[in-house]
Design a protein around this ligand. Sequence first.
Ligand code: PRP
Length: 176
Amino acid sequence: MESYSPDVLISEEDIALRLEDLGRAITEDYQGQELVVICVLKGAFMFCSDLIKKIELPIKLEFISLSSYGDGTSSSGNVVLDMDISSSIAGKNVLVIEDIVDTGLTIKTLNEMLLVRKPKSLKLASLLFKPSRNEHPAKIDYLGFEIEDKFVIGYGLDYAGRYRELPYVGVLNAGN
Ligand code: PRP
């Protein structure tokens, strides 16, 4: 079998520590309330799975699937809804969980899609933010890490469908 070892950009340990902080902040902000968590597939599946374990609130978990990249490394410029959530969010506290805000087009499109459904509140948690590429500013209420303009993979993020299973955020090197 082919072997590969991308360079580590954010280690498993650093992610775990940051998730403790984010989980604590979310728990405090929504004290006594129920939360609808929307995990944006596919990239956010690992971050979402680990983060919700650190939130001490009743949670209803929903999944939505959006794609903008295709198989390349740059945005295609339009966002396609592949799969919608399965219940109403009207009057609910909604927390969207993303793996990365890059150009911001995906979250802008998703926010517009969700706001017309009249949630009580709508917030965003994102593991990563790449300010250098951002074209559509969006408030990230709970941010894991700000990163430089590098193509990142692992911890849910892919390159052409691969590397999502890595337990850390990495960057590809000459050996990959
Ligand atoms: C990635 C990522 C975000 C989006 C961010 O999704 O998961 O949803 O791109 O980019 P943007 O801020 O430039 O819109 P992708 O379309 O690659 O789908 P995936 O999550 O299924 O890999």
